[in-house]
Design a protein around this ligand. Structure first.
Ligand SMILES: [Zn+2]
Length: 132
């Protein structure tokens, strides 16, 4: 079973949304920038006025790697680590599940899903769009 995400005061909103099955990001109320990972101030204009925006969970694969070494703690085998560009323009590091390594294509359409962790928390993962 996957280990739980580490919740901090600035990231709790993100992990709480994952438990509801929602992918979210912070949005600056001064300049409208969306960003990820969570941080206390806007990385562009340094405003502290921010809101939470629900994301579509749709994106495309920018890059991926599968470790050729023993699986990390909590994983039955090494996960496929990916960099996803979301429709909203922000990028996320995650895992790809349900796709054979031979079928992975840079640029392929992806859809977010959520994997349970050891204490019933959830983390975002991605699957091929259209797969269920
Ligand atoms: Zn800003």
């Amino acid at each position: 079973m996957r280990p739980d995400p580490i919740q901090r005061i600035d990231t709790a909103f993100f992990w709480d949304a994952c438990e509801r099955g929602e992918l979210v990001a912070q949005k600056c109320e001064a300049c409208d920038l969306l960003w990820h990972p969570p941080r206390p101030i806007c990385p562009t204009c340094h405003s502290m006025e921010k809101a939470m925006q629900k994301l579509s969970g749709k994106g495309r694969l920018l890059s991926w790697v599968k470790q050729a070494r023993p699986a990390a703690f909590g994983f039955p085998e090494s996960p496929v680590a990916i960099l996803v560009e979301l429709e909203e323009g922000i990028r996320l590091v995650s895992n790809l599940e349900g796709v054979d390594v031979d079928d992975i294509k840079v640029g392929m359409a992806l859809q977010v899903d959520f994997a349970k962790t050891s204490n019933d928390k959830a983390v975002p993962i991605f699957r091929a769009a259209g797969a269920s």
